[in-house]
Design a protein around this ligand. Sequence first.
Ligand code: PRT
Ligand code: MG
Length: 205
Amino acid sequence: MLTIALSKGRILKQTLPLLDKAGLKIADTELNSRKLILNSNFDDVKVIVIRATDVPVFVQHGAADMGIVGKDVLLEHGAEGLFELLDLGIAKCQLMLAASNKNKLKQHNLKVATKYINTAKRYFEAQSKSCEIIKLYGAMELAPVVGLAHCIVDLVETGNTLKANGLTPFAHIADISSRLVVNIAAFKTKNVHIKTWIQAIEKNL
Ligand code: PRT
Ligand code: MG
């Protein structure tokens, strides 16, 4: 049996066609049901659809053998206990540092609003810049506007959200796309099964 953890939301929408092309199909009746463990067209493959931030946790602990999740989430989690085996090239965006103007970044004790607290800390440490990280769970773009922070670390795709809130990206922190990750122990014990699916997915990317 193979259990695959999929990230809900925008990644799921782009993941299902990739799995479908690889031959793994999840019926709409399964996807629209309230069940948490979904059947696929293969008796030995089950799918769970969970919050993106939970995917590396499930895979790390072996509750799922494989997972599909954004690189942003992996950077923040630390990716301990899992192998990142494939870049799926979907849900692409960039992790950026943004502010209303460049002078804001010169603040002595820079206040940074983000949900990526570990990644942001690492970034500013590497720059030898002291900062205070303010953890938010959403609407990061609002923080500088209301004076909660001097800048934000957040995902940018088209840049429209930044622009609409009077913010400009000033530094690129990481390129983001969704990755296929595998539990290290499962990769040994279920190697053939896992490799078969990875190859099928990769061939159809
Ligand atoms: O809501 P919840 O916190 O549970 O989940 P979520 O919002 O993290 O899920 P969802 O469905 O939004 O998917 C998030 C994942 O998609 C991220 O972990 C990334 O890997 C990936 N992804 C790709 C993005 C974007 N592009 C993206 N543009 N996630 C979020 N955004 C947001 C961004 O935070 C910003 O608010 O879109 C806005 C910017 O878009 P532009 O086009 O205006 O620049
Ligand atoms: Mg969202």
